[in-house]
Unconditional design. Structure first.
Lengths: 249, 388
């Protein structure tokens, strides 16, 4: 079994964030970076598949040299090898361009399972996995929360409001993974130390003319809203109504 | 709760290697996910969260600096950063690890026989066994050389008598490294849980380090095989070498506690409105925040250099004392200032500050009080000992 997992380096803002003065980027001064959360689960899923079925796993990112940090984290957790598609301007790549570069790289490598995050934590385009599947002419299930591999086939489950949609797909196939599919492990310190020694395959990629161009970013208002819904039991119907309104129930 | 992002006003991260950052971030996340949700209740209940031991071991935090016996062989700065993050969670978690590492694994590794090492190190590093370090006695704290605990040779055994007090991990421990005088010379002995004549009793009603397991060790004609003496440890120098390991960890840990208080109070001050303005807009408050950030930054740089010296093998005990002394005092000061700015809210465990403030009172005292670190420095400066 050969598993690929694609990840993105995103700012780890811990809640609040600032924009740069030209409003084009998130200000990352004094901000750490992390693997986008859905993709962290995809990494975990890749490791579990290999632990169970044997084979090898590869982590890939399109990003700057500094993204080696995220690749090594994945290796420290148990991924076998890593590919860096080096693009210092990765923040300005649109999903079509990213998918193109990934598809081109992985096409000859013969992966059975290609995992992506459902969407990245920064731009949330929901596109790269789906586009890669299209370019490689592979089946794709998006937003999955369970994955089982049996006899060259995969059972992928997607959660809906009332239950589960279950897909049976022949491999190779592409899946985009949602947080909640598993609980990602922490890398061990031993894993971190040995990840240092794993060479990272690097390839420079150049941005094609983008279809989507970023004009500016705007930070949503951080408004806090306070509303008193009543007192005691009398407030209950209104609370329920509010919870429905915000989609909590 | 949102993830902790740390404090880095001087871009110190740029001075860290990729592994150092990844180790720090891994421990940071572990603390966010595993420690923060339970620590308030554990502190209030006076309970050490034992359930974390296998997880701490799985991360590789036990024996992390050793290259042998399955250790990750991490460098001193990585180790320090890990201790910083653990203490950002709680002193109890940092203490558990730094006692196991610096006061149990270290002396067995440094002074132990091959058999002792082969038997204990893998278990201690996998978290299958917990250790404690018995130096302090009810009557002898700052002056451990005056200890009353004695060992006597009797055939193929040693017989130990005495009481050790304020011992971290005491009731959890499967093995105690007990320091006792044999013919007037301090020696180290490994005493296993369950040995007749050996009991560990929890110290109750602590108002500090409540989530830490602190207890007393009673050795009452406790007979251990002669093989249980640490062959390489002779004289008070041996336990003092262990304390230097512990003090190193504390110097870093204090930064974590200070960061926890500082970040909590900055957020609070920006949101708490009094006199129609956030309290963060008052000069008196800003001055306190500026002082806190300055002291944290100084402490970070101090520790970074201390870590380099430790890895270079040129570190001096007086340098570790300077860092322990400075950093714990600054953390305690920051915790008290932050507690003040949190107002009445600051006295509840719903905010972390008071927990750290209370914990730091212990840290100020343990592994050599603030005064004792001062005297070590004084002696280093003048060549004159002022201990007696
Ligand atoms: C939570 C906790 C955990 C601990 N864990 C351990 C452990 O795992 N193992 C262990 O062996 N011990 C442990 N200790 C004990 C700790 O190391 C001692 O408390 C410490 O060394 C101080 O000793 P003491 O409490 O007896 O105070 P004392 O030595 O009685 O000191 C009382 C005061 O007198 C001052 N003083 C003493 N001598 C001098 C001097 N010459 N000049 C100026 N001032 C002086 C001190 O600075 C202090 O202010 C722990 C303590 C605590 C609180």
């Amino acid at each position: 079994m050969k598993v690929l997992v694609c990840i993105k380096r995103v700012p780890d803002t811990g809640g609040g964030f600032k924009l740069t003065s030209d409003n084009m980027r998130v200000d990352t001064t004094n901000v750490g970076f992390a693997i986008s959360p859905h993709e962290e689960c995809a990494v975990e899923e890749a490791i579990r598949i290999i632990e169970k079925h044997g084979g090898s796993s590869t982590v890939l990112t399109l990003g700057p040299q500094a993204a080696q940090e995220q690749l090594r984290e994945a290796i420290a957790k148990g991924i076998t090898s890593a590919i860096l598609l080096e693009a210092e301007d990765y923040e300005f790549w649109d999903p079509a361009a990213t998918a193109h570069a990934i598809a081109e790289t992985v096409k000859p490598l013969g992966f059975d399972i290609l995992l992506f995050g459902n969407e990245s934590a920064d731009t949330c385009n929901y596109q790269v996995g789906l586009r890669v599947a299209h370019l490689l002419d592979l089946p794709c299930v998006t937003g999955i929360k369970a994955l089982e591999i049996q006899d060259g086939k995969a059972l992928a489950k997607r959660e809906t409001k009332d239950g589960w949609e279950v897909y049976e797909v022949a491999l190779p196939a592409v899946f985009t993974v949602k947080e909640g599919i598993n609980t990602p492990r922490h890398p061990s310190l031993r894993g971190i130390m040995s990840a240092k020694k794993v060479p990272i395959e690097q390839k420079k990629v150049t941005k094609p003319a983008p279809q989507l161009v970023r004009k500016a970013l705007k930070k949503p208002q951080e408004g806090r809203h306070l509303e008193i819904l009543g007192q005691g039991v009398d407030a209950v119907p209104k609370i329920i109504e509010k919870l429905r309104e915000v989609g909590a129930i | 709760m949102t993830n902790f992002v740390g404090v880095d006003h001087f871009n110190i991260d740029e001075l860290l290697t990729e592994e150092q950052k990844l180790i720090r971030n891994t421990v940071r996340r572990f603390v966010d996910e595993e420690v923060m949700p339970i620590i308030k209740d554990a502190f209030e209940a006076g309970r050490f969260p034992k359930e974390l031991i296998p997880k701490i071991a799985a991360l590789g935090l036990l024996g992390a600096t050793l290259k042998e016996y399955g250790g990750a062989g991490i460098d001193s700065i990585s180790y320090g950063l890990a201790m910083q993050e653990l203490e950002r969670g709680d002193t109890a978690i940092r203490s558990f690890c730094s006692v196991q590492n610096g006061l149990v694994i270290y002396p067995i590794y440094t002074f132990g026989s091959k058999e002792q090492k082969d038997y204990w190190l893998p278990k201690l590093m996998r978290g299958e066994a917990v250790g404690c370090f018995g130096l302090t006695e009810p009557e002898h704290g700052s002056d451990p050389g005056a200890m009353d605990t004695v060992a006597e040779r009797d055939g193929d055994s040693f017989v130990l008598n005495g009481v050790k007090s304020w011992i971290t991990n005491a009731t959890l421990a499967d093995v105690a490294v007990v320091w006792a005088k044999l013919d007037g010379v301090v020696r180290g002995f490994l005493v296993e849980k369950g040995t007749p004549g050996f009991t560990a009793v929890k110290i109750e009603h602590k108002m500090s380090a409540r989530a830490s397991d602190t207890g007393e060790l009673y050795l009452n004609n406790c007979r251990i095989p002669k093989e249980n003496m640490l062959p390489g440890a002779e004289g008070l120098r041996a336990p003092l070498m262990c304390l230097n390991q512990g003090r190193y960890a504390i110097a870093w840990g204090a930064i974590g506690a200070a960061m926890a208080c500082y970040t909590e109070v900055v957020e609070y001050a920006k949101q708490r409105i009094q006199f129609d303005k956030p309290i963060a807009s008052f000069q008196l408050v800003q001055e306190k925040l500026a002082d806190m950030l300055t002291e944290i930054t100084k402490a970070q740089l101090l520790c970074l250099r201390l870590g380099q010296l430790r890895d270079a093998g040129t570190i001096k005990p007086a340098q570790i004392s300077l860092a322990k002394r400075n950093n714990v005092a600054m953390a305690l000061q920051i915790a008290r200032m932050a507690r003040d700015l949190l107002g009445a809210n600051g006295i509840t465990l719903d905010y972390q500050t008071i927990r750290h403030m209370l914990n730091l009172e212990s840290v100020y005292t343990l592994e050599g009080t603030h005064h004792i670190q001062t005297l070590i420095l004084g002696q280093d400066i003048t060549g004159i000992s002022a201990f007696k």
